[in-house]
Design a protein around this ligand. Structure first.
Ligand code: 13P
Length: 268
């Protein structure tokens, strides 16, 4: 794999927070406080707030993502949301978040089909992978993440579609999510490299160009440690993304690095 400049991204995952009205106000405030075209900014509100947030951020450069999508394009699945329904509302979609793997028992097969649905509907997937604490302590962090990537890739493998997925991967160690405990930047960087190596081995074209974000208790104070690592291309932010000041600090720090990277590698 050759080294290439990758875009820097900050993605807000609002999880099960905000009513549509609250989401609209928060999105307006965040868009205004983070105005910077050096990086990509994405807000992923709950489904019911997608339309409100899409309207609120129109013209600001902030993009909108869904937090999930069903693995079938349509059908008798009461209460579910399919990828075609998201057209016009979202351009990104989080897939395989560990909270869904845990709460909805999502398997890598299901997650792979979700990637396929995203691809069919032109949604850019943010595929979440990450190990549990016991797996890290047993020295199985890389193996766990490799298996997750393999399972999720299986629906696309052999269909010549891997390169068109516009994939972003978020490395989110389960033990760091919502705990206030973060991975060390150097450890997250090792995992980001392992993720790109695994994608390359799985046949993803241009794996070196696939952005890898870190997620897990990122705040304006911890962002620097992660974005200082050349293999990490931004953050998937949970709790702190509901706070305007925190988002302003996180985006400002990420934008600083994005500019420095472009200055180092202007043609990349
Ligand atoms: P926290 O930032 O709240 O730990 O959540 C991380 C996360 O799960 C983002 O998807």
């Amino acid at each position: 794999m050759t080294t290439v400049a990758r875009p820097v991204l900050v993605v807000a995952n609002w999880k099960m927070h905000t009513t549509p009205l609250e989401a609209s106000d928060l999105a307006v405030a965040i868009a205004a406080a983070t105005s910077d075209d050096a990086i990509g900014r994405v807000i992923c509100p709950p489904f019911v707030a997608l339309a409100a947030v899409a309207a609120a951020v129109a013209g600001t450069g902030v993009e909108v993502g869904a937090q999930n999508v069903h693995d079938r394009p349509f059908g008798a699945h009461t209460g579910e949301i399919s990828a075609p329904m998201l057209r016009g509302l979202a351009s990104w979609c989080i897939v395989g978040h560990s909270e869904r793997r845990r709460d909805q028992a999502e398997t890598d097969d299901v997650i792979g089909r979700k990637l396929e649905r995203c691809l069919e509907s032109g949604l850019r997937p943010i595929l979440c992978v990450g190990e549990r604490l016991a797996e890290r302590e047993a020295g199985l962090a890389e193996v766990t993440v490799r298996d997750q990537l393999k399972g999720a890739s299986s629906a696309l493998t052999g269909k010549g579609e891997l390169g068109q997925a516009g994939l972003v991967v978020a490395y989110e160690p389960v033990w760091a999510i919502g705990t206030g405990r973060t991975a060390r930047g150097v450890d997250a960087a090792v995992m980001a490299e392992a993720i790109r190596d695994a994608l390359d081995a799985l046949g993803w074209p241009d794996a070196a160009a696939i952005p890898v974000l870190y997620g897990g208790s990122v705040t304006s104070s911890t962002m620097a440690e992660f974005i200082a690592e050349p293999s990490i291309d931004g953050a998937l932010v949970g709790g702190a993304s509901l706070k305007v000041d925190e988002m302003a600090g996180i985006v400002a720090r990420a934008a600083l690095t994005a500019r420095a990277r472009v200055a180092q590698d202007p043609v990349g």
